[in-house]
Design a protein around this ligand. Sequence first.
Ligand code: VGL
Ligand code: ZN
Length: 196
Amino acid sequence: MRALIVIDMQNDFCPGGALAVTGGNEIVSPINQIMDEFDAIILTQDWHPAGHSSFASSHDASAFSFIEMPYGQQILWPDHCIQDSEGGQFHSGLNTKNADLILRKGYNPLIDSYSAFFENDHKTPTGLAGYLKTRKIKDLTFVGLATDYCVAYSALDAARLGYEVSVRTELCRAIDVEGSLEIALRDMRLTKVNLI
Ligand code: VGL
Ligand code: ZN
């Protein structure tokens, strides 16, 4: 069984949003178009409480600066994808009606959560692996935003967990701060993620 996992196609990651990814809106229709190639469609949704610890505003710091957290270094973001805000909603063009599962992440105020499998402490599971096991899904294709953060973290965890993993890079867009895209692509290649 094959699943398409669409990462964080939300208003705040699209042009005009709080953490806009260049070209984020361009991939909406092509993602809709490949949905019928898969046995299951899973959408993830970045879903932070106001005052989340990954927000620069929570630390009186500037956006895109770094801070040491109990689980390691954390880049600080502009406030984004706040629960129930317009910015947290899916892009209005995204086909959400075919979704089998909508997985929310980042709701723990003290831990950021890029990966669809684990929070950034690399220990706290989101429950996705259990869902996939129950549905006998072993082959995963990732698309969405952003290539170098939530897509890469999810694909890397998936490969380490033993899934067959592909990332359709033309259906992803990157934030690319301080070489993060190049690092993410290198790590994915080294971890046997198929970049297509
Ligand atoms: C993401 C930064 C902060 C992402 C989420 O979806 O890649 N990036 N929160
Ligand atoms: Zn976030």
